[in-house]
Design a protein around this ligand. Sequence first.
Ligand code: 13P
Ligand code: SF4
Length: 324
Amino acid sequence: MKHYTKEDDKRYIDNLKKRIIELKKERNAVIIVHNYQRDEVQDIADITGDSLGLSKAAVKIDSDVIVFCGVHFMAETAYILNPEKTVLLPVKEAGCPMADMITPESLKDAKKKHPDAVVVCYVNTAAAIKAESDICCTSRNAVDIVRSLEEKRVIFVPDKNLGRYVQTQVPDKEIILWEGFCPTHICVHPDQVNSAKKLYPGAEFVAHPECNPDVLELADCITSTGGMIEYVKKSDKKEFIIGTEMGMLYRLRQDNPDKKFYLPTEGLLCANMKLTTLGWIAHSLEFMQYKVEVPEEIRKRAHSSVNRMLAVSGEKKWVSISGT
Ligand code: 13P
Ligand code: SF4
């Protein structure tokens, strides 16, 4: 019996990459890839980035098809900004458990309970939640978004850790937290960070704001995945402990071959992010699956909350929450 060898594996991957390039041309498509994706998926990306970077890139795209290698809410955001384009999510089951921790009904109830508060929603939410919110934010710009508001009270959904972090940076606002969290980041324990610090005493700890507060307290820098890329590049330190999903290490190592990167725990993996493979991307382009769309009435309202965010981060003309 012939065994499947490493050479067979390489040939299979090379053939898939060739096929993806051919199909991309045929379909006039662009491949957008989040920083947590598999190494080989990052290799074929036209654009890689964090949620904010990818939202901004989506606005400028002039191809007919966007293949979004990430999770559902990211593809939905690309569609919200580009309704005239076909947006494809290669694996329809690639969701974000945090995004599922809030429903439009529960948010409507919270709005009734706190009628004087504005709603700031993390981009890790379904379009229907963005539609019920006043303004969207990402982990990169959440502090600036909340600071930019005139209102004093803010319902921040759904990530309690990002909300708590924002509260530490914007103490003059009252932030009403939601009980959502990221099942990947919440698993990091301060003991693991302290052990890694002992093992690599010269290393800086860079953490994603979705981590728990006791982990964030140990961080030298708290930022989004895109923020990490910039921070590490500029730093004159040579070693870093990275408190976020492990896919991040691939890009960091590529950009900084002279620097070393470690994870505080091997468990930092988002299973949903890893569902997308080269095979599924080829399938997606071949069969134009799976189309992500949002009903127009919801899309329009979600668009205004995303647009307000882009205005604060300098991408769009400012539109105030009251509509003036
Ligand atoms: P970034 O915006 O930092 O890329 O984060 C997205 C995300 O899902 C983090 O878990
Ligand atoms: Fe969602 Fe967490 Fe995965 Fe990010 S890492 S997509 S927040 S489950």
